[in-house]
Ligand binder design. Structure first.
Ligand code: GAL
Length: 435
């Protein structure tokens, strides 16, 4: 009896040591940097009208075409590698063995076939389900079937699960359901990234336990859905700044806050607002899941989404989520530490009236000049690429920022050997000429 007790004390001690190492995260080895890809929801919603709108309805064709374009037009090369299905892919009933099945008319070849197709393009397939009795759009949910559904996804060759929280039975079962699905996915032995909306569904009732959420999810949504408007992007930026003390320290390799999809390339954001979304999503270490029509996208939006400098900031291996560090009149300054002792900064002009306005800052006002103890190199990345020279602590920098637009720049110690610093990333010539 005594030796059993001391055995369990040793086990407890070891697990405490493990937890004490900071940032215990879902141990599936995935999402060491924020996930990148494409997700259908914001742009294609629950369009199941394949008779009248075959080109845009939720069908296997849509994902095949998106995969074709992602492989052929540079998206995969810069890191967008998940093609993700959202709600409305299911048939209204499970099969005779209680397994999920896709709508037979819209997915006649089945999900395994679609996964094989997406894999043949060197990409991964994401799918959607819900912790409750039904998905948000009313299709069968996973409640009561977590293990069976996880195994079905693994059998089909799925690589990511977005797990929604509509129609849950009660809060305890919601939390338990998110945990159980995570464990069920791990038990299949297949690498399946796990995207949660757990904190979003908890917030109306209670403050979520983010340390716990990070143990089970690769990323997690905190607030309501994004839509194709500046108002929506603004709300998300504000929500994130307001809660940054709670949520930013939790993010890191393996687990990320998810401010929802990139809506760049659609209808609602001006060019400056698209620049702002891209810049801020990079600073926030957000998953970059585009929801747009890659088959027909404006060249400026494409160049912005494929900009390797911005992506390198987003994917920085340190994985530290940036924060809003000051607000001055209509300006906000956001900062994110990067590998190599550098920092990325976003200067957002919140004015919605007038023209470009000047934001001036002395280098020692940027994180106490940490990146510039001797000399530093300043590189502007957005809205247009520009080397801004070598500076010292007392240098004054001026940036002109359009209303609702953002200037994104980096400051690196001159001595650092960082590709972001010297601008040697592949393809930069083409990008510089585009921007
Ligand atoms: C919402 C979710 C959206 C989308 C939608 C599908 O709850 O936040 O991102 O998945 O359900 O019905």
């Amino acid at each position: 009896m005594e030796s059993r007790l001391s055995g369990s004390l040793v086990a407890l001690f070891i697990s405490l040591l493990w937890l004490g190492q900071g940032g215990w995260s879902l141990d599936n080895g995935l999402a060491r940097t924020p996930i990148m890809g494409w997700l259908h929801w914001e742009r294609f919603l629950c369009n199941v009208n394949c008779q009248e709108d075959p080109h845009n309805c939720i069908s296997e064709q849509l994902y095949m075409q998106m995969a074709d374009v992602m492989a052929a037009e540079g998206w995969k090369d810069v890191g967008y590698n998940y093609v993700c299905i959202d709600d409305c892919w299911l048939a209204h009933t499970r099969d005779a063995d209680h397994r999920l099945q896709p709508d037979p008319k819209r997915f006649p070849s089945g999900i395994k076939w679609l996964a094989d197709y997406v894999h043949s393009k060197g990409l991964k397939l994401g799918i959607y389900q819900d912790v409750g009795t039904h998905t948000c759009a009313g299709y069968p949910g996973s409640y009561g079937y977590y293990e069976l559904d996880a195994q079905t996804f693994a059998d089909w060759g799925v690589d990511l699960l977005k797990f929604d929280g509509c129609n849950f039975i009660n809060l305890d079962l919601l939390i338990e359901g998110y945990m159980n699905m995570s464990l069920a996915l791990n038990q299949t032995g297949r690498d399946i990234a796990y995207s949660c909306e757990w904190p979003f569904y908890l917030w109306p009732f209670t403050k979520p336990n983010y340390t716990e959420i990070r143990k089970y999810c690769n990323h997690w949504r905190n607030h309501g859905d994004i839509d194709d408007s500046w108002g929506s992007v603004k709300n998300i930026i504000d929500w994130t700044a307001l809660h940054q003390g709670l949520i930013a320290p939790i993010a890191g390799p393996g687990g990320w806050n998810d401010p929802d999809m990139l809506v760049i390339g659609n209808f609602g954001l001006s060019k400056d607002q698209q620049v702002t979304q891209m810049a801020l999503w990079a600073i926030m270490a957000a998953p970059l899941l585009m929801s747009n029509d890659l088959r027909n996208i404006d060249p400026d939006a494409k160049a912005l989404l494929q900009n390797r400098y911005i992506i390198a900031i987003n994917q920085d291996p340190l994985g530290i989520q940036g924060r809003r560090v000051s607000q001055l009149f209509n300006f906000e300054l956001w900062s994110r530490p990067l590998t190599g002792g550098g920092f990325a900064y976003a200067v957002l002009n919140r004015a919605e009236i007038g023209g470009p306005q000047k934001f001036s800052i002395i280098i020692f006002g940027l994180d106490d000049g940490k990146a510039c103890q001797e000399e530093c190199l300043v590189t502007q990345i957005l809205p247009a690429f520009q080397f801004r020279g070598i500076h010292v602590l007392t240098s004054l920098l001026d940036f002109w920022v359009n209303p609702t637009g953002t200037v994104l720049f980096t400051v690196f110690p001159h001595s650092t050997d960082s590709s972001l610093k010297v601008g040697t990333l592949k393809g930069n010539k083409e990008q510089r000429s585009r921007l």
